[in-house]
Ligand binder design. Structure first.
Ligand SMILES: NCCCNCCCCCS
Ligand SMILES: [Zn+2]
Length: 343
């Protein structure tokens, strides 16, 4: 299986995140991508290609123009105010407030375009975001050219980013942009299967009113887990999107037996939709040892996920999302890919 990877992710480093009342080093750290890349090489999965540069024309079909135009300017605005550290939002236009965009105040603009305080910027963040976007589209172009499956080693991740909001370490929704790009290349229908521990609220929001991109999410119950404010089973899509959104919220402690039942049901809906291509948002924070998550999948479960997805018999783009047990992230993420190949 081919993979796509860019070393430019590494500039997105040294971020701090607000966690349980403390500013801590962000769990979404550069070593995540390096452990995965090392594992790809260790198991000889296949060639690791550099991304081609892509323009943002497909991104502009799933993200708001003002939002996309803001991302490259955050660090320069922040540092122009003489600030260092991590650029973080500080005020959000929540219920009862106005949504006028404050053009000059970067921490208010950042809040305007965020749903949480979890998408910080340092000097190299925009370059990393763009390289992650290009990584996903390069991998998508290989699938579109006939590869059965390609792995986009994206960092930063994207599934929490909506049409005009960032959050949860996500800025540009790589999987959503790739699905849109595949549609732009002529794919009639695309399914996005998000197996990350956290609900892909951004991906759901982007396609919620569309019937051409089906979105299926397996995740922790939002009544008890981040991102909290989306991801319930009764969210089935609206308008043209009615019936094309499927959520499988599950309780803390969920292990393979329960989780795989949800995967089976999701695969049945996916097969019924008969997409031309599947985009997998691969998070491995479902792992029992993940430091911020509470499912109980074990390393031996990840090849089973890959085998099940391979059994769909569809061209497949795998896009890296979350996973924070850094020592095992490579074994678990690449386990999905080797499982897919061995099917
Ligand atoms: N106590 C909940 C903290 C959640 N922090 C953000 C997690 C983002 C995961 C992205 S896959
Ligand atoms: Zn996650």
């Amino acid at each position: 299986m081919k993979s796509v990877y860019s070393p430019k992710h590494a500039g997105h480093a040294g971020n701090l995140e607000l966690l349980a009342g403390e500013l801590l080093p962000a769990f979404e750290m550069p070593s995540r991508a390096e452990f995965i890349r090392a594992r790809i090489e260790a198991v000889d999965l296949g060639p690791i290609l550099a991304p081609e540069p892509f323009d943002l024309s497909s991104a502009r079909k799933v993200h708001d123009a003002g939002y996309l135009d803001f991302l490259p300017t955050v660090w320069e605005r922040w540092s122009a105010e003489g600030r260092g550290g991590t650029a973080l939002p500080f005020a959000w236009p929540t219920r009862g407030l106005r949504g006028d965009v404050p053009p000059q105040a970067v921490e208010a603009l950042h809040g305007y375009y965020s749903f949480d305080g979890g998408a910080g910027f340092v000097a190299g963040t925009w370059e990393a975001i763009k390289s992650s976007h290009d990584t996903a589209l390069t991998a998508a172009s290989l699938v579109n050219a006939g590869e059965r499956a390609v792995f986009a080693l994206c960092r930063p991740p994207g599934h929490h980013a909506g049409s005009s909001f960032m959050g949860g370490y996500c800025y540009v929704n790589n999987a959503a942009v790739a699905a849109q790009w595949l549609r732009d290349q002529g794919a009639g229908r695309v399914s996005i299967l998000d197996v990350d521990y956290h609900h892909g609220n951004g991906t759901q929001q982007i396609f919620y009113h569309r019937g051409d991109v089906q979105v299926l999410n397996l995740h922790a119950d939002p009544m008890v887990e981040y991102p909290f404010f989306l991801g319930h089973a009764d969210e089935r899509g609206e308008g043209a999107g009615e019936g094309f959104n499927h959520n499988y919220p599950m309780p803390f402690g969920t292990a393979w037996e329960r989780w795989s039942e949800a995967l089976e049901d999701a695969c049945a809906h996916l097969t019924a939709f008969s997409p031309d291509v599947v985009v997998v948002s691969l998070g491995v924070d479902t792992f029992e040892k993940d430091p911020i998550s509470k499912f109980r999948l074990i390393t031996g479960d990840y090849p089973k996920i890959g085998r099940r997805i391979a059994a769909l018999g569809l061209p497949t783009l795998v896009v890296m999302e979350g996973g924070y047990a850094v020592e095992e992230i490579g074994i678990n993420a690449v386990g999905v890919l080797t499982g897919f190949e061995d099917a």
